[in-house]
Design a binder for this molecule. Structure first.
Ligand code: 3HC
Length: 284
């Protein structure tokens, strides 16, 4: 199985990062978004990040232009038809995902592998929505995808071993460290990390310490690179809450119930960096 052309579906934070990783590693990338202007904006950002790598001496002169030349943007799903691999990083909504996979199934060539960056939804259910369930697999990156080394590779119940191995090898080729994880809500990282962030919100709710002090506690007391609230702002309160809800709904275990503080952040639209305000204010 050889990958040359890769489609990335969704030009949000994760899609942008994944597209950059793939283009940097020499793959031709089709970046799909419903609104092409959003994909074009993402490519401008990729250009800036790639240029910064040159300034820092981490990438050779001219590499930004080479990376950009490998990325094409589109709002037409037909343009991903000849891709060898599609990495889907769209909204975490099962019904929407299923519709997109059904469209991909009829659009893409028969050998195309469909990988999902879903952070907690069932790959088995996504795979079952297609006529090629053996070619559907989880490929879970971490934010910021350009920096974080891990990729969780999650076979659906139907995924062929050949596909799992091909994706594991691809991860290594792009400089990532893949780990194989059986399907389960939150996989490994989010199963541990998200309840930790939710617990921080409960600590805030109980008035035990401030946002800043809880972040300082985890940075200086546990060596987290950033505190749980700063991390929630990076990941997005909506994404964090959605994962919390999946953990809770899939297991029925009350230990995963979301804190009111987290729910209210989402209700208020204080989602984090992407909206300019979360637990911290980014517009100041
Ligand atoms: N995009 C691209 N590159 C970025 C970036 C971004 N958004 N943010 C930081 N970087 C790069 C910087 O350019 C810098 O690169 P350099 O080493 O080449 O100079 C490098 O990352 C380090 O950045 P900084 O020096 O500015 O800051 P830090 O040393 O504090 O690192 C961080 C920033 C890498 C984000 C670090 O704070 C960190 O690791 N935080 C934790 C992130 C984390 O836990 N992610 C997982 C979230 S869970 C998830 O994604 C799963 C999902 O399903 C919810």
């Amino acid at each position: 199985m050889e990958f040359k052309k890769v489609a990335v579906l969704g030009a949000g934070t994760m899609g942008l990062g994944i597209a950059q990783v793939m283009a940097q590693s020499g793959y031709d990338v089709v970046l799909y978004e419903i609104d092409k202007a959003i994909a074009d904006k993402a490519v401008v950002k990729i250009g800036k990040l790639a240029a910064r790598n040159i300034e820092k001496g981490k990438a050779p002169e001219g590499s930004d232009k080479i990376i950009l030349s490998r990325i094409k943007t589109t709002a037409n799903l037909q343009d991903v038809a000849d891709c060898d691999l599609v990495i889907e990083a769209i909204i975490e909504n099962m019904e929407i995902k299923k519709k997109v996979y059904q469209q991909l199934d009829v659009t893409c060539k028969p050998e195309t592998i469909l990988a999902s960056n879903s952070s907690s939804l069932s790959l088995t259910e996504i795979a079952a929505a297609t006529a090629r369930p053996q070619q559907v697999v989880g490929m879970h990156f971490f934010n910021p995808a350009q920096v974080m080394q891990l990729v969780e590779v999650i076979p659906a119940l139907q995924t062929s071993e050949e596909v799992v191995q091909a994706i594991m090898e691809l991860c290594v080729k792009t400089g990532k460290k893949p780990i194989r994880v059986k399907e389960g809500p939150g996989f490994v990282v989010n199963r541990i990390l998200i309840p930790g962030m939710n617990e921080a919100a409960f600590i805030l709710q109980e008035g035990l310490a401030t946002v800043e002090d809880i972040d300082t506690a985890m940075k200086l007391g546990a060596n987290w690179p950033m505190g749980p609230f700063a991390l929630c702002d990076l990941v997005g309160a909506d994404v964090t809450l959605a994962i919390c809800d999946t953990l809770y709904n899939e297991t029925g275990d009350p230990k995963y119930r979301a804190s009111s503080v987290l729910k209210n952040q989402v209700r208020a639209g204080y989602l984090g960096k992407k909206t300019g305000r979360g637990f911290y204010n980014y517009n100041a």
